[in-house]
Design a protein around this ligand. Structure first.
Ligand SMILES: [Zn+2]
Length: 273
């Protein structure tokens, strides 16, 4: 499931291919993948529009068009957006094909939870899924004081607080587990029980883990591919995620796997407190 480092990698790898290109044709193989206002068709909305910018907020990719409209990509579980320099046939999971002046963009999604959402000019600022997002974890708005204030008195598990996109956006299961391990904090501890020194360790761990994830081109655990169709490599640096029952790389104790707030969580009973 693409988290912030994966979506940021998709953004960076797609940008050189699609910026300045004009959309020539749109083929939607599965209508559920493309969400747009009634009375509008994907072809009418997108044809002859130029892609002028590629942005990102949290786990959302934003394709900005020259008429002020935006296509918001929700990757969810298995969504992927890949650029091909030459036209090619898709497969059963290719739901949208966008022909550009040069090359094609393929939106594929095996589990079909993802969406391309067309947002007309002027409506992005009021889009509910974006307005409720907390600050970007690697940006300046996400400061230690803010993080400490958000966790203060909170009874929910710290892992659940990290996944809460209204507190800080972009973290999913992989990077939340890795950040908690790095900070030495148990995932199921109530967020309000963290001492300020622990909040500081976690704040640092969140930013460092995401930055390293981006530098590694994201994590390919199962399906994730970047905009060139390549895998990431952060899976080679994972300390806990996906390693339940395996020995901790730091202390050798077997890692535990529990459910926290409905999500599988892996932690080290020796290194995390
Ligand atoms: Zn350990």
């Amino acid at each position: 499931m693409p988290e912030l480092p994966e979506v940021e990698t998709i953004r960076r790898t797609l940008a050189p291919h699609v910026l300045g290109q004009t959309i020539k044709k749109v083929r939607v193989n599965w209508p559920g993948a493309f969400v747009l206002p009634p009375k509008l068709t994907p072809a009418r909305a997108l044809r002859e529009r130029e892609i002028v910018a590629l942005g990102r907020r949290g786990k959302y990719l934003l394709l900005e068009l020259d008429d002020g409209a935006t296509v918001v990509v929700h990757f969810r579980m298995t969504g992927a957006l890949v650029y091909y320099p030459r036209a090619r046939a898709g497969d059963a999971h290719t739901h949208v094909v966008v022909n550009l002046t040069n090359g094609q963009l393929h939106y594929t999604d095996q589990r079909k939870f993802g969406r391309l959402q067309y947002v007309p000019a002027g409506e992005l600022a009021t889009l509910a899924c974006l307005t409720k997002l907390g600050p970007e974890p690697t940006g300046e708005d996400f400061c230690l004081e803010y993080f400490a204030r958000k966790l203060d008195g909170k009874k929910t598990a710290i892992k659940a607080a990290l996944l809460d996109q209204t507190i800080v956006c972009g973290l999913g299961n992989i990077y939340a587990d890795e950040a908690l391990f790095r900070a030495g904090i148990l995932p199921f501890r109530p967020a309000g029980t963290l001492r300020l020194s622990e909040v500081f360790l976690l704040y640092d761990a969140v930013r460092l883990t995401l930055t390293q994830g981006i530098a590694a081109g994201g994590t390919t655990f199962r399906d994730y591919r970047d905009g060139d169709g390549h895998s990431g490599s952060f899976q080679n640096q994972l300390r806990v995620y996906g390693r339940g029952a395996q020995p901790c790389l730091t202390c050798g104790l077997p890692l535990h796997k529990v459910r926290v707030g409905g999500r599988a969580s892996v932690y080290c009973p020796g290194c995390q407190h």
